[in-house]
Design a protein around this ligand. Sequence first.
Ligand code: NAD
Length: 290
Amino acid sequence: MQLLAGKPVVDALRAGLLSRIQALKERGITPCLTVTLVGDDPSSHIYVNAKDKDAKELGIESHTYRFPATMSQADLEAHVRKLSSDPKVHGILVQSPLPKGLDESRVVDCIDPTKDVDGFHPQNVGLLCLDRPGHRSCTPWGVIQVLKHYGITTAGKRAVVIGRSDIVGRPMANLLIHKGALGDATLTVAHSRTADLASVVREADIVVAAIGKPEFVKGSWLKPGAVVIDVGINRVEDASLPKGYKVVGDVEFSSAQDVASAITPVPGCVGLMTRAILMSNTVDAAERLS
Ligand code: NAD
């Protein structure tokens, strides 16, 4: 069984980004990412700090805007519109989830699509569906880079994506049916209403799990030799650890590793890739906008 570690993929990606950022700086342009955080969701604070750190390490200018959960929809939309029209800003990310009462879709609609480095704006979603250039949603695009790095082709293979969320499942499914060696899969999208998920999974040469349920997919469900991409990030209590919890994926690693030919570790692959692709999308935006 091959462990599909994210670090070598991220290292290669970052090396390429560093030289592109250098080339931009020689032209007097510093890529600039803005992250907007509303409210005090503890996980969101951790994610936002990580994004800020990633950006600074690469020499990307990073600004984090923090607002109270009481912020109004109109003020948030005005803030995003202002960033959209600021020529010094190349990337705009609004950290999800927003506090109750704020409509995320309407906020995303206010982001200039060329600066929508999360790839959530309807224009970018449409471009993705049509396989035309645009910002790709970071997590599924990161998964494609992992497959590419490890020489895993999907063409002609049976793929199952478990989950149909706007940020992972749907864009992942779209990418896997694009024409090309990293697409051309014969695809099934499974979701919460799928009957007999185990038998659906057993058909698949490639399984992408994006469910949000710890260790939900069992090794016994897998076709022998399947490639498993575990997108899940779930905290489960573990009193034996100093932090009191551990992070596990949506796939039961202990049983899957005996059946799969390759599997992504959690943590250590898709999460790292997601962060790296956000930086890559920001550099893409800076290049396109300048
Ligand atoms: P979501 O809750 O929006 O979607 C979960 C999907 O799973 C839904 O479409 C639902 O239909 C499906 N589902 C739920 N129960 C199911 C069942 N019993 N059988 C089959 N399908 C079922 O979640 P999401 O935002 O897509 O995230 C999914 C997981 O990926 C979470 O663990 C999340 O933390 C993780 N995630 C990781 C990254 C990363 O960078 N690695 C990024 C985004 C999300």
